[in-house]
Design a protein around this ligand. Sequence first.
Ligand SMILES: C[S@@+](CC[C@H](N)C(=O)[O-])C[C@H]1O[C@@H](n2cnc3c(N)ncnc32)[C@H](O)[C@@H]1O
Length: 227
Amino acid sequence: MSKGPGVEKMFDAIADRYDLMNRVMTFGQDRRWREFVVASGGEVGRGWVLDLACGTGEIAAQFKRSNPNARVIGADFSRNMLTRARQALSPVGLQFQACDANQLPYRDNTFQAVSFGYLLRNVDDSLTVLKEVYRVLGTGGRVICLDTTPPARNLLYPFIHVYLAFVIPLLGRLIARDQSAYAYLTGSTMDFYDADTLASLFEEAGFAQVSYKKFMFGTIAVHWGTK
Ligand SMILES: C[S@@+](CC[C@H](N)C(=O)[O-])C[C@H]1O[C@@H](n2cnc3c(N)ncnc32)[C@H](O)[C@@H]1O
């Protein structure tokens, strides 16, 4: 069975508390990672930018702040996330659309940059989505992916494990009033590709110059590449 309907319902349910929960569980660092995502997209001038799985639109908004002339679209399949994004960001010139990352409603070679934050863990097949992103990017366009990544088994691992397995679900219960959504975050992180394997999937999708940087004790990775 596809993950899609359950994931969509889960994000609809936590949309109201999503930003607050991000701030708290990342100690405010999530903003810095989004800035890094946008900086990794390079100079986009007046080009078209797609922020896929935009959620409340924070990466899309950062793209617009850094590239005021760019035409930025945020796309997601959660209605409640899109409602929040539109309320906050349509007045500053961002457009938002409902769509499924597995089948993008855009022509080939449309965008100069495509970003997505915390998407790939939530889809059935990352490679399908990466190929779809490759299709809609123009030649020379940049893909940038922000996601959690399974922590390495080093000296820090026991502390990171306690944080992921116990603290995050507890914060989810107290702040987002949804423990299971944040237990899912932990489970899907532990089950997700390690950063090297994910980089090789980007290459398999066709991207060149693929690289990545880790943050937050190796639990967050930003990958990028070029079409
Ligand atoms: C954890 S949120 C990330 C939001 C935002 N990118 C950020 O950086 O905060 C994941 C988002 O991905 C969206 N999503 C998951 N699977 C999707 C799919 N197949 N198509 C479109 N959106 C999807 C969810 O609705 C949710 O808004």
